[in-house]
Design a protein around this ligand. Structure first.
Ligand code: GLU
Length: 507
């Protein structure tokens, strides 16, 4: 088994948008496969037709693509182990369910939902919990108790039946999880799960998942912790089908926890605290819109980097990783056993780190549509320069306009606090002198201008802070922003003088 090619699958059910916990599962599968020269398979598990949501499968594909995951085999990509959607594999499963019945590992059960509800109600009234298990199965209408003629008659008659796995009694099931190590369960605590239903001629998750993982030659199953309770059943089914030797190895990933650290991260936490829990925006069939990281302005690299570190750590202080580095460094041994607390502030920090190192050229392209929406079509070189000056202070490209509008349009209003603080005493008169000085200056570059203005201030013995802040107030409209002389160089001499004139008139 160990010299087989590594093959992993991400196997979502198309029941809605992919939660970021699901995206993390996909990423860890991807890193693991690529690190080991293996294949990443996308399988759509849509056997539960009642939970099917239109658009969910497209969403899954788009989300994985946005993250930069390249699928080796899947519904769209094809492959030699297809079809990759369970509803297109319907015919495959019954024979395995029957094989389990014939070998004595499973049985037909004929109880109707009404009968089961009645038994459940009886248990409830006695304060007991009903579980369809080794004790109960002896008393119910199953092929274990009915004669074979009766079983055949009922099936021929078209009665509904299911095939249940006959969980052995009092057996210690010893399992191995690549993250948790050895896990033991006594089989008497487990119930007889349904594997196949005649009503829709479909397998349940458990059977379909095992049969497909086997037929698709999956070597490693890396999935969320919520599937750990199913592992004993899966072990027993692999064994019963005679597939123990090629059974995949399992790794169950810890949960993503709420920002408070208690409980699983849910969509409602996101709504409450104002951060997305989905990679892409999602509009549900009834029109409800949920935010997505993409639409909120996150770079996919930042999103992937942030998510990858929730549950895995490289064993060093490094925090910024490219996809290649993540693949190179990833190992299941370094995935933690306990849940990881989600930190919305940290996601923003990651985005800011990625934004800072983007080229001014790329940022100017991203900023362009924002400017166009304001009717501003500035020279590309100018926009690039501006991006370079403001990127240190931005988290998202959507912050750019707020940080740079004064480069494109003269201030309409002046911050009253700054006015009160700086537009007083001799300052307006001195700014009028500064305007004359600037109007006369020749070489209008940041460096030259800085020298001219500083020399003038020193010569006149004016207070530097007061003058420079008043100057900023006239040009920017408030008391913050990048270096004043850089701003002047970008907006040009004419505009600088005109803004000084405007301020001198208005203030
Ligand atoms: N279809 C299951 C899900 O939606 C897959 C679980 C597994 O990976 O085995 O999570």
């Amino acid at each position: 088994m160990d010299n087989r090619k590594i093959r992993v699958r991400f196997a979502p059910s198309p029941t809605g948008p992919l939660h970021i916990g699901g995206v993390r599962t996909a990423l860890y599968n991807y890193f693991f496969a690529k690190k080991n020269g293996g294949d990443f398979i996308l399988r759509i598990e849509d056997t539960d037709s009642q939970r099917f949501v239109p658009g969910a499968e497209e969403y899954i594909n788009e989300a994985l693509k946005w993250c930069g995951i390249k699928i080796d085999e899947g519904v769209r990509e094809g492959g030699t182990y297809g079809p990759y959607k369970q509803s297109e594999r319907k015919e495959i499963y019954l024979k395995y369910a029957e094989q389990l019945v014939n070998s004595g590992h499973a049985y037909y059960a004929f109880d109707t939902p009404d009968e089961l509800n009645a038994i459940r109600a009886k248990y409830d009234s006695q304060g007991r919990i009903f579980s369809y298990n080794h004790e109960v199965r002896k008393k119910l209408a199953t092929s274990l108790n009915l004669s074979s003629e009766e079983v055949e008659r009922r099936i021929a008659n078209g009665d509904n039946w299911v095939i249940r796995f006959k969980m052995p009694e009092s057996e210690e099931i010893i399992m191995n999880d690549l993250i948790r190590g050895e896990v033991k369960v006594n089989s008497s605590t487990l119930d007889d799960k349904v594997l196949y239903k005649s009503s829709d001629k479909l397998p349940t998750y458990h059977l379909a998942n095992i049969v497909d993982d086997h037929l698709m030659e999956i070597t490693h199953v890396i999935r969320g912790e919520e599937w750990l309770p199913s592992l004993p059943l899966h072990y027993k089914v692999y064994e019963a089908l005679g597939w123990k030797n090629t059974q995949p190895r399992f790794a169950h990933l810890p949960l993503l926890l709420k920002p408070t650290g208690s409980g699983k991260l849910s969509k409602r936490d996101g709504d409450k605290l104002g951060f997305p829990v989905f990679p892409l925006q999602w509009t549900s069939p009834d029109g409800e819109v949920s935010r997505g990281y993409r639409e909120d302005g996150y770079f996919p690299e930042a999103f992937v980097n942030m998510l990858s570190l929730l549950g895995w750590n490289p064993g060093s202080d490094q925090e910024i990783f490219s996809m290649e580095e993540l693949i190179d460094l990833f190992s299941l041994e370094k995935v933690g056993k306990s849940g990881s607390r989600f930190d919305p502030g940290k996601s923003k920090w990651f985005n800011a780190q990625y934004l800072k190192v983007k080229s001014d050229d790329e940022l100017s392209e991203l900023f362009h549509p924002v400017l166009a929406s304001k009717g501003i079509y500035a020279d590309k070189a100018k926009v690039e320069k501006i991006c370079g000056m403001i990127k240190e202070r931005a988290t998202f490209v959507s912050d750019f306009w707020g940080l740079s509008s004064f480069f494109f349009i003269a201030p309409e209003i002046y911050d009253p606090k700054a006015v009160a603080k700086f537009w007083k005493g001799d300052n307006p008169q001195r700014l009028s002198e500064l305007k004359e000085l600037i109007a006369k200056s020749e070489n209008f570059t940041s460096g030259e201008l800085e020298k001219t203005v500083h020399d003038w201030i020193t010569e006149k013995q004016y207070p530097m802070g007061q003058i420079m802040n008043s100057f900023r107030l006239c040009i920017v409209g408030e008391s913050k922003g990048p270096n004043m002389f850089d701003i002047c160089e970008i907006i040009g001499k004419e505009e600088t003088v005109s803004r000084l004139n405007k301020a001198l008139k208005t203030l």
